[in-house]
Design a protein around this ligand. Structure first.
Ligand SMILES: Nc1nc2c(c(=O)[nH]1)N[C@H]1C(S)=C(S)[C@@H](COP(=O)(O)OP(=O)(O)OC[C@H]3O[C@@H](n4cnc5c(=O)[nH]c(N)nc54)[C@H](O)[C@@H]3O)O[C@H]1N2
Ligand SMILES: Nc1nc2c(c(=O)[nH]1)N[C@H]1C(S)=C(S)[C@@H](COP(=O)(O)OP(=O)(O)OC[C@H]3O[C@@H](n4cnc5c(=O)[nH]c(N)nc54)[C@H](O)[C@@H]3O)O[C@H]1N2
Ligand code: SF4
Ligand SMILES: [Mo]
Length: 710
């Protein structure tokens, strides 16, 4: 019998795992044929069985009649009836758009597709968006505008072949650990690694160049690289002439960003800027890789666009070992955003405002195009203020924990309490689920069947584990929506008997669309056929590397961007002298709803403030002591100091995995959103004060200078 592998429940690499029976019991092992992990797993992957017998696992639907009552277990029928009845009533009283659906990159492609269809046809609401708004939306906007498609241009095979890797705002070593194999492979073949991060991550330690940039200034750095490339005569004129549009105008703008001026903003010396620009341009195969570190800023779209300009001007795209890779975060961050969960898109990444695309989906759904609601008024970031204003009365959260992960935790908490109705569908009783009126158990890892589109835009099969491992009573998520649709008089749109039927309808819906899945088959995917979209009838094996001959525009040309870079929303000053940056730890995952309760992973503390020894000494902060961190709106959190030399002196770092009372988003305001609707998650400015007596002995770890000009 062949071994059944399913993807790990965590990051977007989606390394294959299976259960192995050993003399010591069951153990998770990796898939040796997996193209990225080659059978290895990181600590989260190795702990993934713990998701199945999680202490917060929801075993039966939960319901309460009023918010003052506790949630109590109930039958599926009672819970589904209650959800349908409440939604029907709210729709009748306030109209369909008073119901908002908050989806997720944790869902399979089939669930994401069904959720979009459910929102638009069964509920009839225009208000659907998903947690990837907080994740990939800035990168997506830049890629679609400049290259044509919302997808990394290349695969990990290209990373292995690269000669120069420019890695911006990504902590691969903790956030995509198995990707380090590809980096290591490139290094053993002599590749030069350049890492841009205010912190010295393990990835940065292994790099040839680590630029510990001042937070929020990457966009300026990229423009200075452009300035330097033009000055050093390193423009790839053939590529620019034959494959792009808008060079002249862009080059004119680059004049303003001399490395000298930009060094004052970024803290990176002009010489280093010139060196890395030359390296990237002259190497035969250069690649850009980037994570949320430069994207989750008000000017994140501008920063990504400026780096894509550098890729285009040097012609480092469309060949082996070249291209630009936005490192998608969540398991199905890629498929999740393509299949109709975005407020402005229909399945296949089809713009919802485009009549041709509306017509195409209407045909597959068997409805009049008029029936499909228009674009949503709100992105996920805007749902909570809209609830407070009374525009949204009911919220359905499917696979996310916004109480912790959305900006301005107190405001989100307040909004959630103001809702007339909150329903949460999740395998785990998250902090958000604890506030709900009804909680429905979802399947998730070990239960779910279907497909996921991973970090390489590769469609991978998702399979249930053997029945004795699965939580009892768990359904496929799509069955929940099917049952709800029946109760909302929309059964005709959800006639499925199997997940395969949904996959096949989804294929029809994406045929001819930007994210085209039509040319493969359920059998091929389930049997492990490697397939990166677009997969059309003419290219049934898919497209690992994009743009070899043309970009995805009718004239085949990429567009240079002239978007102007901008500073972070909040700037340090004498009262708030420190940059607070946020992100991930290797042992935890996102809001921590899963990992904070998993025996192996919970050993790593979350509420830690990473601070440089010199800063700690100046402020009389000792390692392990409590520190009050206050933002410019006067909100404070008390966190535990972790003194480390691996961070800039003017910067502190806190993870996003903390429990509710220490959630870092207490300190992150909603603020002005980026062009993509992304809040400035990565950054705010803070003051720090120790909570222990100044006279206690201060322990300071060995000081090593990062060599940064501040
Ligand atoms: N262990 C673990 N792995 C995960 C996740 C997790 O929660 N835990 N989540 C998954 C998800 S959803 C995502 S989106 C990815 C995120 O993956 P990454 O984007 O790699 O992770 P982050 O820690 O959010 O941010 C990356 C780095 O950005 C740096 N940074 C902060 N500000 C700046 C800046 O102004 N400029 C630059 N250049 N860098 C800056 C931080 O120091 C940090 O090291 O990880 C995925 N994988
Ligand atoms: N300050 C700050 N805030 C941030 C970030 C940051 O770097 N800094 N990062 C942002 C980013 S990049 C992201 S992606 C978000 C992530 O934050 P959230 O959107 O809150 O994501 P998770 O904590 O991963 O929650 C996913 C939920 O999905 C559930 N789940 C898993 N599989 C399934 C399934 O098959 N079906 C259903 N129904 N549920 C399932 C899990 O149990 C879990 O509760 O946070 C954002 N918030
Ligand atoms: S690298 Fe990502 S997908 Fe692979 S085992 Fe680790 S968390 Fe899971
Ligand atoms: Mo993310």
């Amino acid at each position: 019998m062949s071994i059944v592998y399913t993807p790990c429940p965590f990051c977007a690499l989606q390394c294959g795992v299976t259960i192995k029976q050993t003399t010591k019991g069951q153990r998770i092992v990796g898939n040796p044929h997996d193209p990225i992990s080659e059978g290895h797993l990181c600590r989260k992957g190795l702990a993934s069985l713990e998701v199945l017998n999680h202490t917060q696992r929801i075993e039966a639907p939960l319901l309460r009649s009023t918010r003052t009552q506790p949630l109590t277990a109930t039958s599926w029928t009672t819970a589904l009836d209650a959800v349908a009845e409440r939604l029907r009533l709210i729709k009748k009283n306030w109209g369909p758009d008073s119901i908002a659906v908050y989806g997720s990159g944790a869902l399979t492609n089939e669930t994401a597709y069904i959720l979009g269809k459910f929102a638009r046809l069964a509920l009839g609401t225009r208000e659907i968006d998903y947690n990837g708004r907080f994740c990939m939306s800035s990168a997506a906007k830049a890629y679609v505008t400049m290259l044509g498609l919302d997808r990394p241009t290349s695969t990990f095979e290209d990373i292995r072949q690269a000669e120069t890797l420019l890695i911006v705002g990504s902590n691969l070593s903790d956030a995509h650990p198995m990707a380090m194999r590809a980096i290591q492979h490139a290094k053993t073949h002599g590749a030069t690694i350049i890492v841009i991060d205010p912190r010295r991550t393990r990835l940065a330690k292994s790099a040839d160049y680590h630029l510990a940039i001042r937070p929020g200034t990457d966009g300026f750095l990229a423009w200075a690289m452009m300035h330097s490339i033009i000055q050093q005569n390193l423009v790839n004129h053939d590529f620019v002439t034959n494959r792009t549009l808008g060079f002249e105008e862009m080059a004119k703008q680059a004049r303003h960003y001399s490395p000298h001026v930009v060094s004052l903003l970024t803290g990176i010396s002009p010489k280093i800027i010139e060196t890395i620009s030359r390296l990237f341009a002259v190497s035969t195969r250069s690649m850009l890789l980037h994570g949320r570190g430069m994207e989750q800023y008000q000017h994140g779209v501008e920063a990504v666009s400026a780096f894509l300009n550098v890729v285009l001007v040097t012609g480092q795209i469309g060949r082996p070992g070249t291209g630009a890779v936005m490192l998608t975060g969540q398991a199905n961050g890629q498929g999740g955003r393509e299949l109709g969960q975005k407020s402005d898109q229909l399945p296949g990444s089809r713009p919802i405002t485009d009549p041709i695309h509306r017509q195409a989906i209407a045909r597959v759904w068997g409805v009049d195009p008029q029936t499909i609601p228009p674009a949503g008024r709100f992105t996920a970031s805007e749902f909570f203020p809209a609830i407070d204003r009374g525009d949204i009365k009911a919220l359905m959260v499917v696979g996310a924990n916004p109480l912790l992960s959305a900006p301005d935790t107190s405001a989100v908490r307040h909004a959630v309490k103001n809702l007339e109705f909150l329903v949460v569908i999740d395998p785990i009783l998250t902090e958000t689920a604890q506030e709900a009126d009804v909680v429905i158990p979802a399947g998730g890892f070990g239960v779910a069947e279907g497909t996921i589109t991973n970090v390489e835009a590769r469609i991978v099969p998702v399979l249930p584990l053997s029945s004795h491992l699965r939580p009892v009573n768990a359904w496929q998520d799509w069955q929940v929506f099917q049952e709800l649709a029946k109760r909302l008089d929309s059964a005709q749109y959800f006639p499925y008997q199997t997940t395969r039927e949904i996959f096949e309808e989804m294929q029809k819906a994406t045929e001819g669309a930007p994210s085209d899945y039509s040319g493969t088959s359920w059998e091929s995917i389930m049997s492990g056929q490697i397939a990166h979209w677009p997969i059309t009838k003419d290219s049934p094996l898919g497209t690992p590397r994009l743009y070899e001959t043309a970009f995805a525009f009718s004239d085949g040309r990429a567009r240079f961007s002239t978007l102007v870079p901008g500073p972070a929303t909040e700037l340090t000053n004498s009262e708030y002298p420190f940059h607070l940056i946020t992100g991930r730890l290797g042992a935890h995952y996102n809001s921590g709803a899963q990992t904070r309760f998993m025996p192996t992973l919970k050993k790593t503390p979350t509420s830690t403030l990473f601070i440089h020894p010199k800063t700690a000494r100046q402020l009389a902060i000792s390692d392990g002591s409590p520190v009050r961190v206050t933002n410019s709106h006067g909100t404070s959190l008390t966190l535990t100091a972790h003194i480390t030399q691996d961070i800039r002196q003017d910067t502190v770092f806190v993870s996003m995995h903390n429990e509710l009372d220490k959630a870092i988003n207490h300190l992150i305001p909603l603020g002005p959103l980026s062009l993509s609707g992304m809040p400035e998650f990565k950054h705010t400015v803070v003051s720090l004060s120790p909570l222990q007596s100044l006279y206690e002995e201060v322990t300071v770890v060995e000081e090593v200078d990062l060599g940064i000009t501040l």
